[in-house]
Design a protein around this ligand. Structure first.
Ligand SMILES: [Zn+2]
Length: 300
């Protein structure tokens, strides 16, 4: 407790400490971004085979060989196995796993197969460090800040997974929404009513946009994961912040999306999740200041 009080009095020290914690957490978030989709996919495969096996009209001779492939493969988990190179499976030692420093020392290449290590690794570590420090700077050292850090870290993971796989797992969006409702049931960020309305209207607003998009263009624009993510942001930040989140994420999406399109040329389907996540973090940090500025403007 004494250390906690000491931190509350020493802003610079708190900033440096949380930036450092952010670097280490960022390294773990990279692991979560990489492994979560693999774990979910493995579970889908197991579920599908179990479903097929339960169907009387499908002969066992068809499903048994696939069953063997799955049971021979190790069950993936977040914590069980050590990190390895995504390309050659070389096991990464502790000194190759120091956040940021290892990537720079290795010049972004695996020490074993010399293939490029994705730039996502140092970027996620750096972003987590910077954003953690920004949360401390804006909110100071208090219990609510710890919850807020979880919110930011969770959004970094969701942005990373959606960017790589075009998929936002329920396993992450549901708990995120749940924690938002729980902390706001005590009115910690916004009132309970604002939080519940934020959840409902967050989901519905993107759902309606997606239905209209489908009616006009006859193809799917946004997916269900996006509705759930905006619902979670609504549960955390309240219904009044939804317009700002939607405005910011659409702006970011158009600018960065067009830049990426020019860079990559190939037409990849568009992930909206990362822009929602960035908008969510910005609104958490600067939303009320922006709203205040806007309301002051409209008074004149
Ligand atoms: Zn390698």
């Amino acid at each position: 407790m004494q250390f906690w009080h000491f931190l509350q009095q020493n802003n610079t020290l708190a900033l440096m400490l949380f930036a450092f914690i952010g670097l280490i957490v960022g390294s773990f978030l990279n692991l979560v971004i990489y492994r979560t989709p693999l774990i979910i996919m493995q579970q889908w495969r197991i579920d599908s085979i179990q479903f097929l096996q339960s169907q009387p009209d499908i002969p066992a001779s068809l499903t048994t060989p696939i069953n063997n492939i799955i049971s021979n493969n190790e069950r993936l988990s977040l914590f069980k196995s050590l990190s390895h190179c995504a390309k050659c499976r070389h096991q990464i030692s502790w000194y190759e796993n120091i956040p940021l420093i290892s990537w720079i020392a290795l010049k972004g290449r695996c020490s074993y197969c010399h293939q490029d290590i994705s730039r996502r690794y140092p970027l996620v570590e750096l972003a987590t460090a910077l954003l953690s420090a920004m949360v401390i700077y804006q909110m100071g050292v208090q219990v609510l800040t710890l919850f807020t850090l979880i919110f930011v870290w969770c959004l970094i993971v969701l942005a990373g997974i959606d960017f790589e796989t075009r998929y936002l797992p329920d396993k992450l969006t549901y708990p995120l929404a749940g924690i938002g409702l729980a902390i706001n049931s005590q009115g910690l960020l916004v009132s309970p009513a604002q939080s519940i309305l934020g959840l409902i209207i967050g989901y519905l607003s993107l759902w309606i946009v997606a239905q209209l998009f489908y009616l006009i263009f006859k193809k799917q624009g946004m997916a269900e994961g996006d509705f759930k993510l905006l619902a979670a942001l609504g549960a955390w930040l309240g219904v009044l912040m939804l317009p700002l989140i939607i405005l910011l994420s659409s702006l970011l999406g158009s600018v960065i999306g067009i830049m990426l399109l020019f860079k990559n040329k190939e037409s990849r389907s568009f992930a909206f999740g990362p822009y929602l996540a960035i908008a969510g973090i910005l609104v958490l940090l600067y939303g009320s200041t922006t709203m205040q500025w806007y309301l002051n403007l409209s008074l004149y």
